[in-house]
Design a protein around this ligand. Structure first.
Ligand code: NAD
Length: 501
């Protein structure tokens, strides 16, 4: 693992990043790879003011021209996909394929945003008054504050930044304090795109290194028009009242507790693959990780037997080694959280297979685990929580209504899936009476969303939507315009007001 070479690709000198107060460790072996200087709240205020100045100029640049900057950013990302992907692996512990996949997601959202830069459209609406035209127009919003989590250290910034930039906004990004190096690398690529673009205002997208106090500075500042925050539900609970107190806008992408229902007619080969990728991939550290399996009693024994075999052969190891499927947990706190959840599960009647620490001899400062399969008697208290680790709780059901009720019976509402070949079950699952999540899939697992759709979830997941579809509307402000081209001044609702009433 030579991080110096990887950083050098982005013009970052590792030897000059060893004196700050923020210790950055690689979860692969627990070694410290950098000590970064942190920004203060005063720095954050300066960055916000600079972003506001950039916004005032950028908002008047035609949107398709703004798209050109995002196109150039996409080119930089294409050229550095492997290098940035590798840095994601080193800093966040994802296997190489997932690290590169995350950068591909960034490229995809750039492509999407470039096209969108020519389609920021409003409606024309029939006016009730003669000689009047009514329409809506979409305008740039302001400074967008982005707060991101460790587990998607670069993609989340790009989902926000690509849309914000074409929408005419400026961005101030506070990455997770666990993954600041990938953020610095992204800033280098962004700066290169800015140079090639030529005449964009300075400080259009900036990075602030630091912990939650920087996030709170973004939340509290009146000039941050939108705070787009990705992280735990705890973070959302602390942050959103601060933004609400000043009537700012919040876009929240918080925790998930995602379930797959497997019906009696399901293709079990497909279900097995979907469950495995969803539950074990990224060592259970995706917001869309499959955390609950709700399986029909008629197929439960067979599916569970096959799952146990697949779990025991999933290769655990360094994410940089080919063939590894399960990399490390991010840190010791994640490991402790997992062990505490498994202990609660046992006390609540669960039968636990797996969940042990692995590779401790080879990596005494890193936290590798075997993924855990836990058969539960029902959805007990521990199952209702998101534990950010590879734990799959398995529950059996008899009727489909019962399965949907279980799927919806948790506080979070991000992603959900059903494996079934029964058309009625599939349609019911996607209907108003079915899954209550922001994502409801049929014969696909819970994780691995495409950027073309709107991404986000309901209930304690926070209600925000990012990425595709019309998620861009969150990054703009809407004006309703009514134009009177008649010679009269009729009032709406037929109201007569004045001397002739
Ligand atoms: P976290 O909540 O600990 O931290 C996320 C970010 O919020 C970090 O940048 C952190 O510094 C900042 N932060 C924390 N507390 C804050 C506060 N009080 N005020 C302002 N900022 C604060 O989350 P994490 O451990 O980095 O990431 C894992 C969590 O993120 C999981 O719950 C996961 O489900 C969630 N997540 C959700 C999505 C989604 O799209 N819904 C995507 C990725 C991760």
């Amino acid at each position: 693992m030579n991080i110096d070479d990887v950083l050098a690709e982005f013009g970052l000198d590792a030897t000059r990043m060893q004196n700050g107060s923020l210790s950055v460790r690689s979860p692969i072996d627990g070694t410290q790879v950098a000590r970064l200087a942190e920004h203060s709240t005063a720095d954050a205020h300066l960055a916000i003011d600079a972003a506001h100045t950039a916004f005032m100029a950028w908002r008047m640049v035609p949107a398709p021209r703004r798209g050109e900057l995002v196109r150039l950013l996409g080119d930089e990302l294409r050229a550095h996909k492997q290098g940035l992907g590798r840095l994601v692996s080193i800093e966040a512990g994802k296997i190489l394929a997932e690290g590169a996949g995350e950068v591909q997601e960034m490229i995809d959202i750039c492509d999407f945003a470039v096209g969108l830069s020519r389609q920021l459209h409003g409606l024309t609406i029939a006016s009730e008054r003669p000689g009047h035209r009514m329409m809506e127009t979409w305008h740039p919003l302001g400074v967008v504050g982005v707060i991101s989590a460790f587990n998607f250290p670069v993609a989340v910034w790009s989902w926000n930044a690509a849309l914000a930039l074409i929408c005419g906004d400026a961005v101030v990004w506070k990455p997770s304090e666990k993954t600041p190096l990938t953020a610095l690398a992204c800033q280098v690529l962004f700066n290169r795109a800015m140079e090639k673009f030529g005449d964009a205002p300075a400080n259009l997208s900036q990075v602030l290194i630091g912990g939650r106090e920087i996030g709170q500075a973004l939340a509290a500042h009146y000039r941050v028009a939108l705070v787009s925050a990705t992280g735990s539900t705890r973070m959302g609970r602390e942050l959103s009242p601060i933004v609400a107190a000043r009537f700012g806008r919040c876009l929240l992408e918080l925790g998930g507790n995602n379930a797959i229902i497997v019906g009696p007619t399901a293709d079990l080969d497909m279900a097995l693959r979907g469950i495995l990728f969803g539950a074990v991939g990224t060592a259970g550290q995706r917001c869309t990780t499959t955390r609950r399996l709700i399986v029909h009693e008629s197929v439960a024994d067979e599916l569970l037997g096959r799952l146990k075999r697949a779990y025991s052969s999933a290769r655990i190891g360094s994410p940089l080694e080919p063939g590894t499927l399960v990399g490390p947990l991010i840190d010791r706190a994640a490991y402790d959280g997992m062990q505490a959840a498994l202990e609660s599960a046992r006390q609540q009647g669960g039968k636990v297979v797996g969940g042990e620490r692995r590779l401790a001899d080879q990596y005494p400062q890193a936290w590798y685990v075997s993924p855990a399969l836990v058969e539960m008697p029902g959805q007990t208290k521990v199952v209702l929580q998101e534990t950010f680790a590879p734990i799959l709780y398995v529950m059996r059901y008899t009727t489909f209504d019962e399965a949907v009720e279980m799927q919806n019976g948790v506080p979070q509402g991000l992603s959900s899936a059903v494996f079934t070949n029964d058309l009625r079950e599939a349609e019911w699952f996607m209907s108003a009476a079915g899954s209550d999540c922001g994502i409801a899939n049929v014969n696909i697992g819970t994780s691995g969303a495409e950027i073309g759709g709107a991404f986000g979830g309901e209930k304690e997941t926070g209600g925000g939507r990012e990425s595709g579809s019309d998620a861009w509307k969150a990054y703009m402000r809407r004006a309703t315009n009514t134009v009177n081209f008649s010679r009269e001044l009729p009032l709406a609702q037929g109201i007569k007001f004045g001397s002739d009433t």
